[in-house]
Design a protein around this ligand. Structure first.
Ligand SMILES: Nc1ncnc2c1ncn2[C@@H]1O[C@H](COP(=O)(O)OP(=O)(O)O)[C@@H](O)[C@H]1O
Ligand SMILES: [Mg+2]
Length: 425
């Protein structure tokens, strides 16, 4: 259908009553009936119509409202003809292809096998939908979820489906470096700005220009760094350590956390204004124990993936093994599951993964032990507490080993030990 230009919301509604349209590009600010109202009418008239909102950059909030009202996507002004063409193409694609969930998932499938996202449970379908919605925008996103749930994988998926995909995806673990090092890593520094700064260094935020910047474990940022990040988001420029010159940057920011930021705000360890800036689009990744139906396909996927490395032929998973894998609560989530499968593959010799090829703590979890965790009445927190304690005791309270076995990082382990008041007896 050839494009047609209509100058008001009222006229658009009228035209849609007369003829059918594949796609509507809708400006939010119009004289008379405004964009949101027009959108409501258009969707009432034709629920299948694809509407792409055109918005000014500061008006992301309204754009989000529009998406809630059924707009397919939005594009911020100013945009290039190429960007517009891409978003139109992508939006029309949705019209021609059915919105089956399988399709959603395939859209997110990356060329790179290690970046494939597996799992078709309802909570994951919601995640995929969100990823698709925000990928083509430049909006900041916040991914929340326990350690090992796939936060970084999802951040990469957003990048890979965005217009920035040909530029860098840079990840920084906010808890891995002391503040001064992190600051010069992110913003760069000029020669002589501090002892050891023998050369001018470009910040990774500058190097990621045009790409996506992933702030992992953002709750670990110091108050000072939090305010610096806030400034980056607001002003889109950075100041290298020791320099007075500001450098404009163009990066999409995605942050992730395994902590409850709302609680951190109440405890005054996380800035509320930064939280709102980051969470324009919150994505919650549920723990694996809340989407157990994803376990069998994940097991198959990891078996195939790691089998290839070993060059074996076919791998089968015994039924009892799968039952144990489904029953186990996976405190380290998908990372822990992948580790368990990788190890089981090393131990199997006839290509069938048997219960005995699994780590003992997974096997024992399925057993009835008089003094252990009551299978019927235990809450997940009880199971987690007991299990962490169990592994700690088995490793002689070696935190590194324990964290590795559980598939979580040491920091998370420390937090849990504190939270559950675990102590050596
Ligand atoms: N849905 C999934 N499908 C396939 N692999 C996954 C999935 N989610 C996570 N993984 C894998 O599990 C590991 C942990 O994921 P990651 O994104 O690092 O988790 P997080 O950042 O939440 O700790 C990675 O190797 C990742 O590729
Ligand atoms: Mg991570």
């Amino acid at each position: 259908m050839s494009g047609s230009r209509i100058y008001s919301g009222e006229a658009a509604v009228k035209r849609v009553q007369e003829a059918s349209f594949d796609l509507v590009l809708l400006d939010l600010k119009m004289p008379g009936m405004d964009g949101l109202e027009t959108l409501k009418f258009l969707k009432e008239q034709d629920p299948k119509i694809v509407v792409v909102i055109i918005t000014g950059y500061p008006d992301v909030e309204t754009a989000v409202k529009a998406i809630k009202l059924g707009a397919y996507d939005y594009i911020s002004k100013p945009f290039t003809p190429q960007e517009l063409r891409l978003i139109v193409e992508r939006s029309l694609e949705r019209k021609t292809l059915s919105l089956e969930n399988e399709y959603l998932r395939q859209q997110l499938r990356s060329r790179n096998e290690s970046e494939q996202i597996i799992g078709n449970s309802r909570p994951m379908q919601r995640v995929y939908e969100m990823v698709r919605k925000i990928a083509s925008t430049d909006s900041t996103a916040l991914i929340e979820g326990e350690s090992g749930t796939g936060k970084e994988l999802i951040a990469k998926a957003i990048h890979n489906h965005s217009l920035r995909r040909d530029n860098e995806f840079v990840a920084v673990d906010c808890g891995a470096l002391v503040e001064t090092l992190l600051e010069s890593e992110l913003f760069g520094h000029i020669k002589g700005s501090f002892t050891g700064a023998t050369q001018t260094k470009h910040g990774s935020l500058e190097l990621a220009n045009g790409g996506t910047f992933f702030f992992d474990e953002v709750a670990n940022l110091s108050p000072n760094m939090q305010s610096k990040l806030l400034r980056v988001i607001q002003e889109r420029e950075i100041k290298p350590v020791g320099s007075e010159k500001k450098i404009p940057i163009d990066v999409r920011i995605i942050a992730a956390t395994n902590q409850d930021l709302r609680k951190a705000i109440k405890e005054k360890t996380f800035r509320e204004d930064l939280f709102y800036r980051l969470s324009v689009f919150p994505i919650h990744l549920p723990p694996l124990r809340e989407r157990k139906e994803d376990i069998p396909p994940l097991v198959e996927h990891f078996a195939k993936k790691h089998n290839k490395k070993k060059g074996k032929l076919t791998i089968n998973i015994a039924e009892e093994t799968m039952e144990l894998l489904i029953r186990y609560p996976w405190p380290g989530n998908i990372r822990e599951l992948e580790n368990a499968i990788e190890r089981a593959l090393i131990l199997t010799d006839d290509g069938i993964i048997l219960p005995r090829n699994l780590p003992w703590y997974i096997r024992e979890h399925g057993e009835d032990k008089g003094g252990g965790v009551s299978k019927v009445l235990a809450t997940l927190q009880e199971v987690e507490t007991k299990h962490i304690e169990y592994v700690l005791n088995k490793t002689g309270w070696n935190k590194s080993k324990t964290a590795k076995i559980l598939g979580i990082d040491r920091k998370t382990l420390y937090q849990k030990v504190k939270k559950y008041s675990l102590a050596r007896d």
